[in-house]
Design a protein around this ligand. Structure first.
Ligand SMILES: [Fe+2]
Length: 363
């Protein structure tokens, strides 16, 4: 039944169904905690889709992933092949201008245009095709999907890519579906939409629960279970550590700094990054991000979970560990955390912009 050339599942083997799929894709795969500037990541011809690609599977290299991102390039004037799929996907445009056509099985095509910093999603199992609209410049985008979950659950290629079920509750070819309209849910800091022309124009909300001066907007697309958020952090400040399940892939939109990530009871590991880097905290590892630049930090997180269609306990992410949650208040953190940050920013003459703290655990 499986119709992808080279896709042949092995049962009782070490590889998952998604691993088999990746092997058959024939493009480079990076599976690591962190990857360098994705705007420059090498891409290779991608015969199934057209264009060029590179899978970026982030998190602990030994953990089977629940989500997978890829970098895709479309040469000037070219397009990818049409596709529909039983996994969810969000697309963020890194470079260039182009257009995407979307249509339900047997329905009318609609086409919308995008450019650098556009962010959108494809409704589940809708046909779609991406075009590079320019004659002289390549297009490069990030696709973030929950394909591993779906492949491993059903382990059947045709189910994933050749499935006739139409999720008409999510999308049935509405003409204004990709117009950029949306619904704001300010109490949850959410913008619920299908298409964002430019993420710079989004409205941000107070997010000082996570740290001084922080703002954020949560993005829900196309009634997906996957979601995203964009966070801004001021100069000389950092946010509180927290932890959750795997698969939250962070793209550094603008900035320079490092993250500390650790599993409770083990040593904190430091990962340095700059603009264009992507990384992801492994399952239930605490993580905390530090801006060492002279400008505010902007980060985009692609997440396998969201607030609209819940698959887990979202609220606990922001409840203090002292109260049984997953967020470490500044008073509860290891004093070495702030000390390291102060030393780093001092090198560039950046003053600390954090409230004074009285440590509870280390008195
Ligand atoms: Fe997180």
């Amino acid at each position: 039944m499986q119709s992808q050339p080279g896709y042949k599942e092995v049962t009782y083997g070490e590889k998952t169904s998604f691993d088999q799929f990746l092997d058959a894709e024939g493009i480079p795969v990076t599976h690591d905690f962190i990857v360098g500037d994705v705007r420059k990541l090498e891409v290779a011809p991608w015969h199934r889709r057209g264009g060029y690609g590179h899978y970026v599977i982030l998190g602990h290299p030994k953990d089977p992933p629940s989500s997978a991102a890829y970098i895709c390039e479309i040469p000037p004037g070219e397009s990818l092949k049409p596709q529909k799929q039983m996994f969810e996907e969000m697309i963020f445009v890194l470079k260039g201008r182009g257009a995407t056509s979307v249509w339900p099985d047997g329905g009318k095509k609609q086409t919308f245009e995008w450019q650098e910093r556009s962010f959108f999603s494809i409704p589940l199992n809708a046909w779609h095709q991406h075009f590079n609209g320019q004659g002289g410049e390549t297009v490069r985008f990030i696709g973030y999907t929950n394909a591993p979950m779906v492949f491993n659950l059903y382990h059947n290629y045709d189910f994933v890519f050749n499935n006739s079920y139409q999720f008409s509750d999510r999308y049935h070819g509405e003409e204004d579906y990709f117009s950029g309209k949306g619904v704001a849910v300010p109490e949850k800091r959410v913008w619920d939409t299908s298409f964002i022309a430019d993420i710079e124009k989004l409205q941000f909300h107070d997010w000082t629960r996570k740290g001084p001066g922080a703002t954020n907007v949560e993005l829900e697309f196309c009634d997906n279970i996957i979601s995203a958020h964009i966070t801004r952090s001021p100069v000389g400040a950092y946010k509180k550590a927290h932890r959750h399940g795997q698969g939250a892939d962070i793209l550094v939109l603008e900035g320079k700094g490092y993250s500390l990530m650790w599993l409770e009871g083990t040593k904190m590991e430091r990962y340095d990054w700059g603009t264009g880097y992507m990384f992801s905290p492994p399952h239930m590892w605490f993580h905390q991000h530090f801006n060492t630049a002279k400008e505010p930090l902007k980060m985009l997180a692609f997440k396998p979970f969201g607030q609209k269609f819940r698959i887990g306990d979202y609220e606990k992410l922001f409840v203090s560990t002292a109260a049984g949650g997953h967020l470490i208040e500044f008073e509860e953190e290891n004093p070495e955390v702030r000390q390291m940050f102060e030393e780093e920013i001092k090198k560039d003459g950046i003053p600390l912009n954090m409230p004074p703290v009285q440590y509870r655990r280390y008195d």
